[in-house]
Design a protein around this ligand. Structure first.
Ligand code: NAD
Length: 369
């Protein structure tokens, strides 16, 4: 009989938690819907827990790890992004933390694609027109037109898991694809997509030749009709190619005035003041955002300016918010299931207790021999 583990979850992550209850864990779940105050997280960690289940709303840093000294064995985060967890601090305290990569890849990529389509074809504005009874006639171009996605050029910034999935979806719409990633380039995948493109042309499924290639960041900015961002948030000092404010006044000005920006990565990757100005002054045609520098989006955000309402789509950090993706207790399908499994792996010593072999642990570098 394994010993009873004590776990605190900063949020209710659904029935996947039953897996822990059934295994005899002593589990406390923060009952409110909003994030717990930081002081409460510290207090719970101090109380002697073995495992902490977190979401991206929680700040996990040295103070938390210090509070867990001697007993905290794992932090299991229900998200693929982990910019709220201080990796250097986790490594200093030798606490492994896990994430839920892969199971949200397709859901996030399809949402990015739908955001791009909704923005370009002005679906929000069109529905408002209908609902507000302002649709007075069918007309060839009044009161407005949208822009097609099919056959256009999309730039994928960050060709990791979600970027590659987005490429696959864009290929279904016969888009030309510019790829940019300074750290990881999957040429095999890009070659396979080109083969699919060539087959679609050869078999008459599509009419014109389309292409995919890796390019420089500048080329991606200059040549794309759509830019979709799929990078982690990396601040100065965390990477040779940080992503904080990757989209700023200088880079937004490099985009075509007819181009659209889609961001499902992390809010601080885009300088929102610069973006609001870019939309007001029409340096670019539009933007669709799922993530913000401050979440939830503050009431006084310049992105809420009614002047840019028709070309600025705003979503509530929703890209992974699909039923199975968020809540399935199957670790191969759901974020909740994968989060719980990551916690179990560490606490119950799966993989021969070798943390470097545990698939969902992020900071393996702290545990090498
Ligand atoms: P990943 O690690 O597989 O891919 C990220 C890629 O970005 C990597 O290939 C990396 O080399 C690249 N990269 C790093 N710095 C870069 C730079 N300066 N310019 C261009 N590329 C750079 O991660 P993933 O699973 O594809 O997820 C990507 C991010 O998406 C996550 O870190 C998370 O922040 C975000 N995300 C958001 C939601 C949502 O609900 N909106 C859901 C899932 C993931």
């Amino acid at each position: 009989m394994p010993r009873k583990f004590h776990v605190f979850a900063t949020s209710d992550i659904g029935e996947a938690l039953d897996v822990l209850r059934q295994r005899g864990y002593e589990l406390e779940v923060y009952a409110k819907s909003e994030a717990p105050p930081q002081a409460l997280i510290i207090e719970k960690v101090k109380s002697g827990i073995d495992g902490l289940i977190t979401t991206l709303r929680d700040q996990i840093d040295a103070e938390v790890f210090e509070a867990g000294k001697g007993h905290l064995k794992v932090v299991a985060q229900m998200a693929v992004g982990f910019d709220n967890i201080n990796r250097a601090d986790a490594n200093r305290y030798k606490i492994p933390f896990t994430h839920t990569a892969d199971v949200l890849t397709e859901a996030t990529a399809e949402f990015a694609f739908f955001m791009m389509g909704a923005l370009a074809r002005r679906m929000w504005t069109a529905e408002h027109l209908t609902r507000e009874n302002k649709w007075s006639y069918w007309h060839p171009y009044l009161p407005f037109l949208g822009d097609e996605v099919t056959g256009k050029t999309v730039a994928i910034i960050g060709t990791g898991r979600i970027g590659l999935a987005m490429i696959k979806k864009c290929n279904g719409f016969d888009m030309n694809i510019l790829c940019y990633d300074p750290a990881y380039q999957n040429h095999e995948y890009v070659d396979a997509i080109q083969e699919v493109k060539d087959l679609r042309l050869a078999r008459g499924i599509t009419k014109g030749k389309t292409w995919i290639k890796y390019v420089s960041f500048e080329e991606a900015l200059r040549d794309a009709d759509f830019i979709s961002v799929h990078v982690p948030l990396l601040r100065e000092g965390e990477s040779n190619t940080p992503t904080y404010h990757l989209f700023n006044e200088r880079t937004l000005r490099m985009m075509k005035p007819t181009a659209f920006l889609v961001n499902t990565s992390r809010g601080p990757v885009v300088d929102e003041i610069a973006l609001a100005r870019a939309l007001r002054e029409k340096w670019i045609a539009g933007a669709a955002l799922d993530v913000y520098e401050k979440e939830p989006l503050p009431a006084d955000s310049p992105l809420r300016d009614p002047v840019i309402e028709d070309r600025c789509r705003l979503y509530p950090h929703f890209a992974s918010a699909a039923r199975i993706t968020r809540l399935s207790k199957d670790p191969n399908k759901g974020m909740a299931g994968r989060c719980v499994q990551g916690l179990i792996d560490v606490l119950e010593g799966n993989y021969g207790s070798d943390i470097t072999k545990m698939p969902y642990v992020v900071n393996k570098e702290a545990f090498g021999k």
